[in-house]
Structure formats: structure tokens, C-alpha cells
Design a protein around this ligand. Structure first.
Ligand code: FES
Length: 571
């Protein structure tokens, strides 16, 4: 761990001068150019709080960021420093091709290098949409300047025919109804306009909300701020307070590498399990922790999962939305419920330990329909489990809390799709040879594939079965699944098909055995046959000739390493 930054005195705009071979000239030139922006000498004498700003016309979840930015700046100025925002890459989940995960590491590089290269004494990271928060935390841990995260907050729900709707569990629910023919085109078009009606990230406990909760569990944002809705006035007050805290952090030793450690990462895993959070969060937390040199073990996840109850009743696992979680008491109420499972001596961004924070922050009201008491959990064990076995020697993930338990101990026939294109071409073919107890297998959708691990693991139920009322089947892939989705979906199979995993050798008609009890997923094909198939294995994708795609293909690691780039991990 480097603490170079913490030993430097705050030097504001004079920090890290551009190199012209003459330090005084560099400072004179910088001040001169800064003055062209209208700053007075008084302002330029202050320490600087950088604000990593991710407002973008391609990010609906961040559309309130201009107002939020003003509140952060207010907090910084009132506390005596100069706020300076700077743009970084912003990742709007549904506006990126092939998938936002491909660009998470690029955003983390951008964040890390701009935090390091520009003159700031501390930094506020403004993020919200799925990949933005992990990218910023990864970058912040690597840069290791004092940093505090400001979460953008979740959307409010909309209404359709008297029913509450929130992106995006309800997006999928209505789409499934449309595919099954139970609602018509007119209604699906109406629903389209009602799913995402305010600023903010998806309204359920999807990846964005899970990462917000994980940020608070890690201690990297102000207590009580993860769940505040994006459009709530409290969100603006949180922004102001975050700005003020960033000033306090100047010169402090509370750097990200000090806060993200074994204890805080384990706290984050406990919270992930107790909220029934997104499978994606395992990848992101592994990457964030990896930047601090802290490994996340999938075997350890299973141990924690078996001793952590699910307490939060939000979609996609339960009924409510993030606005309900906030009103119910939010992260403080949840963490107090599992206090005995947490490392209370983990230090947080305010300088308090988690134990001190939970002791002080004693909400007098907890809505027990949303945050269940420990004695009456929604599920006695955690929402996620990792599976091993010959099909996934380095692990796979199942969100058991969002799955159909009647499918947990099952042997089935594989119905294989060799790529996303093959899936799209054949899944609704009326002649597809598929039965309800078959296992749908998708290959070549992992991190090493050209599709870069999209959220395609939630394979649609083939139309011919959906029309007969089949709602869930075992689905297996090296892809990811949206945090807002649900079903008996085995994800992140590692190694993935494109990097030589056994998944690439599964053929139509093979038998596969799933045992959630034994934490195993096995291909029941004998070794001699598999050896024969190796000779016909698809070649790995070619390395693209240039650009970011080349860097991605050369450096991407597996899901068990958080899909970080090899060269970004600490040596
Ligand atoms: Fe941004 Fe869902 S689209 S969080």
C-alpha cells in the first residue's frame, strides 16, 4: 500500500505541476490559465476538491447530475476548498454496445489517471448507473487519493393500470407476458413509457442499487446515503455533505486503500447476501477488492452465504422498490440487523468505525415489511451461491433467492446455443427440440468472447414453452445476468468457453447435473469423448488489430478475477 499522497501537504492548484523543466514557470503558467476561468487569487490559494463528473446525454440514470454537482460544490466551498469538476467516461447501461462491462475497466483507467494527474487534494466520485460505481471505486483504490463516493440514487416508481412499476424487473416481467401473448402490442408500448420515469438508477435491488449498498458497506460513502432516491431533497443534502467531507479528507490518511481491506470487503459480501443483491456485484467487488490486493474467494462466499439471512424484501427477489428500502430505514437499519456478522472495527470514510456508525445511527423506525427482523428472515440463508464441478472448476454463480428451488437438484438434457447469434436465431423456432426439464446452455458469451460477457445469461424461455406457461428452466452460461432478472440461471461459468472452458465442449443431448445442495454443476460426459471433442473445439477469437478492443482481448481476466485487466491489478 502506498501512502505517498497522504504525506503530501495540500497544495491545491500547485499540486503535480506540468513539467516544463522550470517549476516556477509551470506554476505561473498554470495560475495564469486558471485565471482565464475567472478565479481570484483567494480561490487559487485554496486546496482543491476534484469532482469526477459523469453526467452524459447517454446516461439517463445521471440526468440529475447537474443539480447534484451544484450541491457538492456548495458543500466544498462552504468547507473552505475550491471545487473543480472534471468529466470522465460515463457508462449508461443500455446505450453501450456490445455491453457496458467491456468499458468498465476503461472508465476505471480514466478515473484513476485523471485523479492522479490533475491537481486535486481529494476527490468526490459521482456515479450511479451499473458500471459507473465499480469503475470509479476501482480507479480510486488504484490512485489512492482521499476519495468519497456520492451515489446518484435510485429512480422512483411509475404506475400502470394502478400497479407500481420500476425498472427493470418489471421491464422483464411485462416483456415475458408480451412474449407469451398475454398482453398485446398496444399495452407493451404503454408500459415502455412508464418503466423509467425519473432520474436515477434502476428502482429495484439490481446491480446499481446493490453496488450503492456495497459502497456504503465498504465505508466509501456517507452513512445512510446509498438508498436515498435520486430526486429526493435528501439526495441534494447528501451531495452537499459529501462535498464538505471531501474537504475534511484533505491530508488525511483515510485513503481508499486503507478503507477497502479484508474486513470491509467481507462486510460488503455479507450485505450483498442479506439484500439478495445482484450476481454482477460479485464480479465488481472482486475487481474493486483486487485493486487493493484483497482476494475474494468463491468458497468463502459459500461459507458466508450459509450464515447470512436474506432480510430485504425488494424486487427482483421480493416485492418492494428502493424507495421503500430508503423509507424503511435503509442501510443503517439493515446493517444493525446483521451487526453480529460484520467486522465492526472496519474504518469508514468519516473516520468512525462501522461499529461506531451503527451505534450512533439508531433509526427509531424500521418498516418490517421491507427489512425483516433477524428472527424472521425472508430466507434463512444468503441469496447467492457459487457452484463448482467439472463444468466450472473456477466457479459459477447462482442467485438461489431468485431461482425456483424445485429445479435445484436436477439432471437434464443440454440444449446448446453456440453463440448469442445462434440463440437469437433459434430460441423461438417452433421446431426447436426442447422440453421443460432440459437445460438451456449458452456458449461463447463470457469475458473472453467477442461479446464481452453481456447480461445474456437470462436466456428467454423458448416461445413454444413460454406459451404453455413454463416460467423457469435451468439455464447455464458464461455470461452475466442483469441484477433485475430472476430464474434458475447459472452464470459466470469459469473458465469461459472462449478461454478453453469445458462449457465450450457441451453438445446437444449431453446430460448435465445440477446440485445446489452439493454446490456442483457437472457435465456427465466421459473423458475419452471430451478429449475427442477438444480437437473440434472452436478457435479462440482473434485478437483485434488495434485500439481498446485489442487491449481488452489481451488483458481481460476471468470472472473469478473480477474481469479486471491483468495489468491494472497490483503487483
Ligand atoms: Fe442505469 Fe439500470 S440503466 S442502473
Amino acid at each position: 500500500m502506498s501512502d505517498n499522497v497522504t504525506k503530501e501537504l495540500p497544495v491545491g492548484i500547485a499540486n503535480g505541476l506540468t513539467n516544463y523543466g522550470d517549476r516556477d514557470f509551470s506554476l505561473y503558467l498554470r495560475r495564469s490559465f486558471a485565471k482565464s476561468m475567472g478565479y481570484s487569487n483567494d480561490m487559487l490559494a485554496k486546496p482543491v476538491v476534484g469532482i469526477a463528473y459523469t453526467g452524459s446525454g447517454f446516461n439517463n440514470c445521471h440526468r440529475h447530475f447537474p443539480e447534484l454537482l451544484q450541491a457538492v460544490k456548495r458543500g466544498v466551498l462552504a468547507a473552505g476548498a475550491l471545487p473543480v469538476e472534471f468529466p470522465t467516461i460515463s457508462l449508461g447501461e443500455v446505450f453501450l454496445n456490445p455491453t457496458s462491462l467491456k468499458f468498465r475497466n476503461l472508465m476505471s483507467i480514466d478515473t484513476e489517471e485523471m485523479v492522479r494527474a490533475q491537481p486535486m487534494d481529494s476527490v468526490v466520485l459521482m456515479g450511479g448507473c451499473d458500471k459507473t460505481v465499480p469503475a470509479q471505486l476501482m480507479g480510486a483504490v488504484s490512485a489512492n487519493r482521499p476519495s468519497v463516493m456520492l451515489i446518484g440514487g435510485p429512480m422512483m416508481t411509475g404506475r400502470h393500470h394502478g400497479e407500481r412499476l420500476g425498472a427493470c424487473t418489471d421491464c422483464r416481467r411485462f416483456w415475458a407476458k408480451y412474449r407469451a401473448g398475454s398482453i398485446d402490442e398496444k399495452e407493451i408500448n404503454e408500459v415502455e413509457g412508464k418503466l423509467a420515469t425519473t432520474a436515477g438508477s434502476c428502482a429495484v435491488m439490481g446491480t446499481a442499487s446493490t453496488m450503492a449498498c456495497i459502497t456504503e458497506a465498504l465505508g466509501m460513502c456517507l452513512p445512510g446515503t446509498a438508498a436515498i432516491p435520486a430526486v429526493h431533497a435528501d439526495r441534494l443534502r447528501a451531495a452537499e455533505a459529501t462535498g464538505a467531507l471531501a474537504v475534511k479528507l484533505i491530508g488525511s490518511e483515510l485513503t481508499p486503500q486503507r478503507i477497502v481491506n479484508e474486513k470491509s470487503v467481507e462486510n460488503a459480501l455479507r450485505v450483498l447476501l442479506a439484500i439478495g443483491g445482484s450476481t454482477n456485484a460479485i464480479i465488481h467487488l472482486t475487481a474493486i477488492a483486487g485493486r487493493a490486493g484483497v482476494p475474494v474467494s468463491l468458497e468463502r462466499l459459500n461459507v458466508l452465504s450459509d450464515t447470512t439471512p436474506v432480510l430485504v424484501n425488494l424486487k427482483p427477489v421480493g416485492n418492494g422498490y428502493m424507495e421503500d428500502f430508503f423509507a424503511a430505514g435503509g442501510m443503517g437499519a439493515l446493517m444493525r440487523e446483521i451487526k453480529d456478522l460484520l467486522h465492526l472495527d472496519a474504518v469508514t470514510i468519516t473516520g468512525e468505525t462501522l461499529g461506531e456508525r451503527l451505534g450512533f445511527d439508531s433509526a427509531d423506525f424500521v418498516d418490517r415489511t421491507v427489512i425483516a427482523p433477524r428472527a424472521e428472515p425472508l430466507e434463512p440463508v444468503g441469496g447467492l451461491v457459487s457452484l463448482f464441478g467439472n463444468l466450472a472448476p473456477q466457479g459459477a454463480i447462482l442467485k438461489r433467492s431468485a431461482a425456483d428451488a424445485s429445479l435445484f437438484e436436477l439432471e437434464g438434457r443440454a440444449v446448446v446455443f453456440t453463440s448469442l447469434a445462434d440463440l437469437a436465431a433459434r430460441i423461438d423456432d417452433p421446431d426447436l427440440d426442447v422440453e421443460p426439464n432440459d437445460f438451456l446452455v449458452l456458449q461463447n458469451a463470457g469475458p473472453h468472447s467477442t461479446s464481452a460477457m453481456p447480461e445474456a445469461g437470462y436466456l428467454p424461455i423458448p416461445k413454444k414453452l413460454a406459451g404453455k406457461g413454463i416460467k423457469d428452466m435451468v439455464r447455464i452460461s458464461d455470461a452475466r445476468m442483469s441484477g433485475t432478472a430472476f430464474g434458475t440461471v447459472v452464470l459466470h461459468v469459469t473458465p469461459d468457453a472462449a478461454s478453453g472452458g469445458l462449457l465450450g465442449l457441451v453438445r446437444n443431448g449431453d446430460r448435465i447435473k445440477l446440485s445446489v445442495k452439493d454446490r456442483r454443476i457437472d457435465l456427465l460426459v466421459d473423458a475419452a469423448e471430451l478429449k475427442k471433442r477438444e480437437t473440434t473445439r472452436e478457435k479462440p477469437p482473434e485478437i483485434p488489430p488495434r485500439g481498446y478492443a485489442k487491449l481488452y482481448a489481451q488483458e481481460i481476466t476471468g470472472a473469478d478475477q473480477g474481469c479486471d485487466f491483468e495489468f491494472l491489478r497490483p503487483r
